[in-house]
Design a protein around this ligand. Structure first.
Ligand code: HEM
Ligand code: CA
Ligand code: CA
Length: 295
């Protein structure tokens, strides 16, 4: 159903409009590339890539933005809003927010030094969002075991390999102290000097919103250092280090740590698969005029 040429007649300028919006957002703040990539992941894992995460809460509706995996953590809504308004000027009521979000994820990866690929388009927007689905554990928490990560991705039709390679998105961006505190104080499969370094800005008590880079080596570049860190026991999240902790995914992590080309190629394949999760197509859903609310 989805196709790379979906808007080629109806909105021929779409791709350059989105790319320049992402470019200027990243020029203002590098982290925004990471935030947009994560937003797409958190959209796709909750009832498919349908823009549901973009819907704001109202007095009578609680959507996904305040669910535990998202609350005080996901960001980038203003950038999506600005890009959508440029797209609406060029082609009113034609392009879905779900597709715009998918394109921003692709452009973010590429602008920060990663690969690019052709994005399949034609997703439509949901008319609602689900606080309960977003809170149910479909998006795995950072305390996850390897078995839980494998299961959660498998439930979305993604393989263990897809899970390991998509986790490589943690080559960019930041995490809050609360997401890694237990690991840096209580775990033993962590490089001692790395744990000390992170403890400096993440105290045992308090500081929960203090930020640290997910990739200690090259936090602003989309590369394979995430995997090199894991081999050296410098994964920030518990859910990062379980990918290289004597289990079934060690060899894949080692392969990606040594070969950036294979990482890029497998990442592209897995991103396309993730973008294919349960899209609304045809006459399902709608094309929102504003991404934060249903028409
Ligand atoms: C494998 C399971 C995953 C877990 C358990 C996980 C967990 C997390 C956590 C806890 C954070 C930090 C949030 C905070 O402290 O505010 C984070 C950040 C991030 N995640 Fe994941 N994640 C996973 C997979 C993914 C995937 C598949 C992608 C994208 C393809 C992704 C992209 C990101 C990015 C880019 C950031 C940084 C965001 C920013 O700086 O704004 N993650 N993730
Ligand atoms: Ca969704
Ligand atoms: Ca990096």
């Amino acid at each position: 159903q989805l196709s790379t040429s979906f808007y080629s007649k109806t909105c021929p300028k779409l791709l350059p409009i989105v790319r320049s919006g992402v470019q200027s957002a990243i020029a203002k703040e590098t982290r925004m590339g990471a935030s947009l990539l994560r937003l797409h992941f958190h959209d796709c894992f909750v009832n498919g890539c349908d823009g549901s995460i973009l819907l704001d809460d109202t007095a009578t509706f609680r959507g996904e933005q305040t669910a535990p995996p998202n609350n005080r953590s996901v960001r980038g809504f203003d950038v999506i809003k600005a890009i959508k308004s440029s797209v609406e000027k060029a082609c009113p009521s034609v392009v879905s927010c779900a597709d715009i979000l998918t394109l921003t994820a692709r452009d973010s990866v590429n602008i920060l030094g990663g690969p690019t690929w052709e994005v399949k388009l034609g997703r439509r927007d949901s008319k609602t969002a689900s606080f309960s689905a977003a809170s149910s554990g479909v998006i795995p928490p950072p305390s996850s075991t390897l078995a839980n990560l494998i299961n959660r991705f498998s439930a979305k039709g993604l393989s263990t390999k897809d899970m390991v390679v998509l986790s490589g998105a943690h080559t960019i961006g930041l995490a809050r102290c609360t997401s890694f505190k237990n690991r840096i104080y209580n775990e033993s499969n962590i490089d001692a000097s790395f744990a000390k370094l992170r403890q400096r800005s993440c105290p045992r008590s308090g500081g929960d919103d203090n930020l640290a880079p997910l990739d200690v080596a090259t936090p602003k570049l989309f590369d394979n250092y995430y995997y090199k860190n894991l081999v050296n026991q410098k994964g920030l999240l518990h859910s990062d280090q379980v990918l290289h902790n004597g289990g079934s995914t060690d060899s894949l992590v080692e392969q990606y740590s040594k070969n950036d080309k294979i990482f890029d190629a497998d990442f592209v394949t897995a991103m396309i698969k993730m973008g294919d999760i349960q899209p609304l197509t045809g006459s399902q859903g709608e094309i929102r005029k504003v991404c934060s609310k249903p028409n």
